[in-house]
Design a binder for this molecule. Structure first.
Ligand code: SF4
Length: 248
């Protein structure tokens, strides 16, 4: 086995400019405590998704959507945003955020920097901004994310290995229409049992989406469940049937 090292490509890209400009000059880009530039990877329901390099904190979420990305798709309303990669906690379009300086801002006014994102209860993370409009099922979204995390878990620690798989299985059931409303609560419990109990940060990365989607879209997720299944155990056959339903 050979030693390996993984470097963040975005960080390496900055090195060239820091060496060319000098650290002090480079640090004039961006905003205090949030210096330099970031490369935002905007995907989802905007007219022009893509990569956009911006000075940290110099543009707002609204400017990213409406200026850089050409706005939402015609006739659609904003529903939610994952602001910093799929593990960052989801933001609802109708929320407001109380900042340390006393200001209360809406989602479109959030500056794209690390400190403000943290004050809004999420993170700038990897810079992967996922825009979701009102055509999106939040049940489908969290199921999609849970399938990803179950696939990516390396399996070394039990809470992540088993928990990410159970989060996938339960959200498979919800999206397939074979879950009871209790399953949403169980799903939340599983996520809570992963966070802080693993040897690498993937455990948090896997649990935060489920925790935040349930916290902010609990009614929608429960609405996709069948109340008549409350207290019943869904069979493997039900799971197979739900998988076919998703594929169709
Ligand atoms: S938390 Fe990290 S080390 Fe543990 S199983 Fe998940 S990916 Fe592997």
């Amino acid at each position: 086995m050979s030693p390996t090292i993984v470097n963040n490509v975005e960080s390496l890209c900055h090195v060239k400019h820091i060496l060319q400009m000098g650290g002090a000059e480079y640090a004039k880009l961006g905003t205090p405590n949030n210096t330099g530039t970031r490369i935002l990877c905007v995907s989802g329901d905007v007219v022009n998704p893509g990569y956009y390099e911006v000075e940290v904190g110099k543009v707002t979420m609204g400017e990213v959507i409406n200026v850089l990305c050409g706005g939402l798709k015609p006739g659609r309303k904003l529903k939610a945003i994952i602001p910093g990669g799929s593990s960052s906690k989801v933001l609802r379009a109708d929320e407001t955020y109380k900042l340390k300086d006393g200001r209360e801002i809406g989602i479109m006014d959030i500056p794209m920097d690390f400190d403000t994102m943290a004050q809004c209860g999420t993170m700038a993370g990897s810079g992967g901004v996922i825009i979701m409009d009102d055509s999106r099922s939040m049940t489908w979204v969290i199921n999609n994310l849970n399938n990803f995390y179950a696939h990516e878990s390396c399996g070394q620690c039990t809470p992540c290995r088993e928990g990410s798989l159970w989060m996938k299985k339960i959200s498979d059931r919800i999206v397939g229409g074979t879950a009871s409303p209790d399953d949403v609560d169980t799903l939340e419990t599983v996520a809570n049992q992963i966070e802080g109990k693993t040897i690498c940060a993937f455990g948090e990365a896997a649990s935060w989406p489920t925790q935040s989607f349930i916290k902010k879209f609990r009614d929608e997720l429960k609405g996709d469940c069948k109340t008549e299944l409350t207290g019943k155990i869904v069979s493997d056959e039900g799971l197979v049937a739900s998988a076919k339903l998703v594929k169709a």
